[in-house]
Design a protein around this ligand. Sequence first.
Ligand SMILES: Cc1ncc(COP(=O)(O)O)c(C=O)c1O
Length: 405
Amino acid sequence: MLQFKPASRMSRLGTETAFAVSAECAAYAAKGNKVYPLHLGDMNIKTPQNIIDAATKAMNEGKTGYCASAGIPQLREALADDIGKARDLKYTMENIAIQPGGKPSIGKFIMSVMEEGEEVLYPTPGYPIYESQIEFHKGKAVPYGYVESKKGFKIDMEMLESMITKKTKALVYNNGQNPLGCESDDKEMKEIAKIAIDHNLFVLSDEAYFDIRYSGKSKSIASLSGMQERTVILYTFSKKFAMTGWRLGAAIGPKEIIGQFIRLNVNDESCSTHFIQYAAIEALKGDQSGHKEIVKTLKERRDVAVKLLNEIEGVRCYNPEIAFYLFPNVTSAVRRLGYKKGKEELARFRVDTLQKTGVSFTTRDHFGKRLPTEDQEYIRLAFSGINADQIEEGLGKLKKFIERK
Ligand SMILES: Cc1ncc(COP(=O)(O)O)c(C=O)c1O
């Protein structure tokens, strides 16, 4: 009998444990229970019609074969223009490699810049794929943390600097942060840039949520002096145009690095889906009312959710101006209910809440290992996949559950 044993490298590959919560939630719903899905950053908003029509038109016109591995030139040009304008930078199509989503840029960045044994700094709590890809490719994943301030979460700059060694090669920076919903002020961004320049680091700037914002203007670290030449921007159509399932994004950066991404494209997927790239041109250059409507809908949900969470005894939640995640501090609420410190107890609170109220969320522990300095408990709620009236109903139940005597 042929016995299968996964190759040893597979033991270094991480995952997104939030998907396990989805499966658990689906099983609970299949038993006829009502669920309030606040756990996964997917969207229940339809892609704007002009984008769907452009994809259909491209299919009907026969754009159904392979295309260039780097992406079709018209889309690369449109993106160079759009991304450049929004970030006060100059790019050409040589700086752009189209990808099947935002996520592939993470592994391709690591493969392109990091040697085995080198160190890469990444945020925790943070998007779990950074750590997974660094370790899979035999690097050392070095987490940096955040501190909760009066205005929300700030990067623990002292910790970040203290983690840098001679082996540090790159820094992953997610401004418009998942799961924290925070972003840097000018001072913090400048400090990060200075660290990158002083220590000669490459930067992956994950800007998946750059265009999902409720006030103010997004800024890219690539636009700071000395940064464009060392920064690869992760761009995705997923959130801005409610296209999570279409799988289209891009990497934007120095052409020498982007050249490596394109070589990886040839090996991994040959090309991103041809007709979807025509839809993406329409998304960038066509009528923007669909995108505006998406942000308006998300803002209504955010307003309801933040207000109601802050009305729950022992819960404190900041109001994010970017992305669609809330990361409330629930320490005093869970302690009052008898849950002790740590991962297992917070997981127990999550499961109890799902079973008693149908409200489904993830916790801090779905976003990387806790640092020794952490002593507070947090949960994450995504408001992208649930309507405002359901948020209201679900959080009403959560309030009753948490405030029970
Ligand atoms: C911070 C962050 N980066 C990257 C991605 C990946 O985006 P995509 O779905 O376009 O691959 C996500 C998706 O949730 C994300 O939250």
